[in-house]
Design a protein around this ligand. Structure first.
Ligand code: KE4
Length: 428
């Protein structure tokens, strides 16, 4: 597969952009090959600078649930652009999008639009601290909530240990109020609440974890979090930047029947345009300026072009619930073929149109078991599939996303490549 133009572009990019990319995972470091520079995408397909076309299972890491360049979404963006790109003033589109989101996710009574998932979670955490008057936040090892300082942490072990920053440039002072528990481990949560009684403002969780690969909540784990936060006077924040409108029109909270106090959103609600949002209980969100003392602002928040894309995307999803049934069917087919073809060498987790394939045996249901994955084997699999025109996330610790534009032929072609990979490994 030709990649000269991507190679040349990558060399050029590295001269002016850190690592040659604007988000680290795109540099393909974990898979040891040249990142493909993309020139266009349509439906389930994505085309790189050397003219190679792929079936895309990254879907921009989630926004592309309808497929790339959906005609109605593109038209909505085009029309919005013609009326001006940004005003720094309220517009009707922001109201329409807020009404759509609140109608699809009833736990959200008030919503604030921002420009990224990071901004959404950072602001929701501030709202929780402002509302409760408490400083500590409990997150889970392996869950990612964007790159705000306080949430870029790797846990120490045991209760009360101040979390250590994951990144240079984050002072220990900024993470001392971040506590880290283990996903699906109720005791680790109980221990932290016991050790920090009355100090925890909120628990923030990905209801389906999709940033350590895809890890599903164990039966009752989410309702346990709902109960313990309520008992302890802490808030429950569902980070649905990935699961929102992906697992169904009501997201993971509808799927699992849990009503969080705050929800963060991104990706799909912008249909591919830069957007994020946080919202929830009215009494909490009324704390947000200008109605309350918690400050948060943004030049491009609620931008008329991004909101146009989001309105069109959510409206299509709302009016076509059959999309979700088809997404589940297609993704289940992929999961079944992977389990059958790759056998014991992989653990496959699937929920809705989210799919995670770990080169790890014995099942993956938390960060520790995810870390046991053979990332070298994943890189081998990634490159094999890329050469066969199947575009996967360039890291074992991301998710596969299926879109409404993926045809059953796309799915079958992907299954064929998986079977070929399995056959080749079996003959090695
Ligand atoms: P952004 O700031 O990247 O829009 O959103 C941050 C974020 C917050 N919460 C969850 C659950 C997320 O998954 C994300 C971002 N997701 C990653 C994919 N694993 C974005 C891809 C990237 O970093 O390039």
């Amino acid at each position: 597969m030709r990649q000269e133009r991507s190679q040349a572009l990558f060399e050029r990019a590295k001269k002016r952009i850190p690592g040659g990319v604007n988000s680290p995972v795109r540099a393909y470091k974990a898979v040891g090959t040249t990142p493909r520079f993309i020139v266009s995408a349509k439906g389930s397909r994505i085309t790189d600078a050397d003219g190679n076309e792929y079936i895309d299972y990254v879907c921009s890491f989630g926004p592309g649930i309808l497929g790339h360049a959906h005609p109605a979404v593109v038209e909505a963006v085009r029309a919005a652009c013609a009326d001006g790109l940004s005003f720094g003033a309220p517009t009707e589109k922001e109201v329409v999008l807020a009404e759509l989101v609140c109608g699809m996710m009833p736990s959200i009574e008030l919503l604030r639009l921002v420009s990224s998932g990071t901004e959404a979670v950072m602001s929701a955490v501030r709202a929780a601290r402002g509302f409760t008057g408490r400083d500590r936040i409990l997150k889970f090892r392996g869950c990612y909530h964007g790159h705000s300082d306080g949430l870029l942490v790797k846990a120490g072990s045991g209760a009360l240990t101040a979390a250590l920053p994951d990144s240079a440039g984050v002072p220990l002072d900024f993470t001392k109020n971040t506590l880290v528990a283990d996903y699906n481990d109720r005791e680790s949560v109980e221990r932290l609440f016991e050790a920090n009684a009355g100090e925890i403002a909120a628990v923030v969780v990905e209801p389906v974890a999709a940033n350590m690969g895809v890890v599903l909540p164990k039966e009752g784990f989410l309702s346990f979090l709902r109960e313990i936060t309520r008992k302890e006077g802490a808030l429950l924040i569902f980070d649905e930047v990935i699961t929102g409108f992906r697992l169904g029109e009501g997201g993971a909270q509808e799927y699992y029947g849990i009503r969080p106090d705050l929800t963060t959103l991104g990706k799909i609600i912008g249909g591919g345009m830069p957007i994020g949002a946080y919202g929830g209980r009215r009494d909490i969100m009324e704390m947000i300026a200008p109605s309350g003392p918690v400050y948060q602002a943004g030049t491009l928040s609620g931008n008329p072009v991004a909101t146009a894309a989001g309105i069109e995307t959510l409206t299509i999803l709302k009016n076509h619930p059959e999309i979700y049934r088809e997404l589940e069917e297609k993704t289940q087919k992929l999961a079944q073929v992977m389990r059958k073809a790759l056998g014991e060498s992989v653990s496959v987790n699937q929920k809705g149109s989210l799919l995670g394939v770990f080169f790890a045996q014995g099942g993956v249901n938390d960060y520790e078991s995810a870390l046991k994955s053979d990332t070298g084997r994943y890189a081998d699999y990634f490159n094999f599939m890329l050469d066969r025109g199947i575009y996967l996330a360039p890291s074992q610790f991301e998710a596969m996303f299926v879109s409404a534009a993926h045809s059953f032929e796309d799915i079958e072609r992907t299954c064929e490549a998986v079977r070929e990979y399995a056959g080749r490994k079996a003959n090695e």
